[in-house]
Write a protein that binds this ligand. Structure first.
Ligand SMILES: [Zn+2]
Length: 69
């Protein structure tokens, strides 16, 4: 498998301007990404998860960190 195929396998579902709907990797709902949802680690793609799930995970993370201290 070459790098492009690997990239497509990993990000193909989330590529900006791809055909079809974007499905959230967590809640499996169809969602509409905006410019704010562009993955900063992979600028050609959107995040895997919808805004609601990302906020949820973010809060979980904070909660966890607060419990540690
Ligand atoms: Zn979601």
């Amino acid at each position: 498998m070459n790098r492009l195929e690997e990239y497509n396998k990993k990000y193909g579902e989330y590529l900006i301007d791809k055909e079809g709907d974007y499905k959230c990797g967590k809640c499996k709902k169809i969602w509409l990404p905006t410019d704010a949802d562009i993955n900063r680690k992979a600028m050609m793609t959107y995040y895997k998860n919808c805004g609601v799930c990302r906020l949820y995970l973010y809060n979980k993370c904070i909660e966890y960190r607060n419990r540690e201290t």
